[in-house]
Write a protein that binds this ligand. Structure first.
Ligand code: ATP
Length: 264
């Protein structure tokens, strides 16, 4: 049996009287694609921050078995980067251990940046100022930045936010290709499940201090979500997509015509 790349055992995280999760047991296998869902403020980003070691749990244990790559949430002011070239942005991911290593360290850093740029097919705009690139191109660079560390786990915080449908598909395809090629596990925080639905192995759904973990069919059904939210929720399958009606987070599965637009 393969070792999980990430293991939570009896995990709990509370801030004062507010509990985000309790009794969380989760093994993430190499190459697994896990969608992390839930309404605003339910703890999705905090779950990623916990894996990164930036937030401590209040009970239980967590074991990370491999290098981490992180694609943080994109903020509007990130694009104020006319002085920064694509290659510089990607290079931030390769920094750290290479500083002070002299020429060999610099060559190795350059090779890692070049390989990551090639992996996301961004070599042609590596010299362009980041501020001149489209949202989708910038997101490719941010994926490349995370890949310079050759991660065993990629933590992605809403990587599709503010992207058009074609760019969303491109980002999802890049991440899926990475996990197939390198067996990299993916923890993917999203408000929109449909763009990643074909790739998702399991869902972690956080809401109101509780959670459900399971396959899409096990979690994304009316009975399970109604129980989790404590109010009636309808989950419908329409043409291979999910539509959630009711609940605070009903927007997260609203139809976007992703597949149709992307194919056109
Ligand atoms: N260090 C902290 N101290 C106190 N409260 C915190 C801390 N970090 C996060 N929180 C709270 O925990 C809750 C979960 O926040 P988090 O950002 O993880 O939610 P989220 O599910 O990612 O939300 P969104 O979908 O809006 O991005 C929020 O109410 C937040 O204010």
């Amino acid at each position: 049996m393969t070792e999980p790349v990430l293991r939570f055992t009896g995990s709990e995280l509370s801030f004062g009287s507010r509990t985000l999760w309790r009794d969380l047991d989760l093994d993430v296998e190499p190459g697994e694609f896990i969608a992390v869902l839930g309404p605003n403020g339910s703890g999705k980003t905090t779950l990623l921050r916990t894996v990164l070691g930036q937030t401590s749990t209040t009970a239980g244990t967590m074991t990370v078995n491999g290098r981490l790559g992180y694609i943080p949430q994109q903020h509007a002011d990130d694009s104020d980067t006319m002085m920064l070239r694509g290659r510089d942005l990607v290079g931030f991911g390769a920094d750290g251990s290479s500083w002070g290593l002299g020429l060999r360290g610099l060559r190795s850093r350059r090779a890692r940046v070049d390989a990551a740029l090639a992996e996301v097919d961004a070599t042609r705009y590596a010299s362009s100022p980041v501020g001149l690139l489209s949202g989708g191109e910038q997101q490719r660079l941010r994926i490349a930045q995370a890949l310079t560390r050759d991660p065993a786990i990629l933590l992605c915080d809403e990587p599709l936010a503010s992207l058009d449908l074609k760019s969303q598909q491109l980002v999802v395809d890049l991440l899926d290709a990475r996990r197939r090629r390198a067996n990299t596990a993916i923890l993917f925080v999203t408000h929109e499940l449909n763009p990643v639905l074909p790739f998702v192995d399991r869902v972690v759904y956080l809401a109101g201090g509780q959670f459900r973990v399971g396959t899409v069919d096990e979690v994304m059904n009316s009975e399970t979500l109604s129980e989790l939210y404590g109010s009636p929720i309808d989950v419908l399958r329409v043409g291979g997509r999910l539509v959630v009606i009711g609940g605070e987070d009903s927007h997260h599965c609203i139809e976007h015509g992703y597949a149709d637009e992307a194919a056109s």
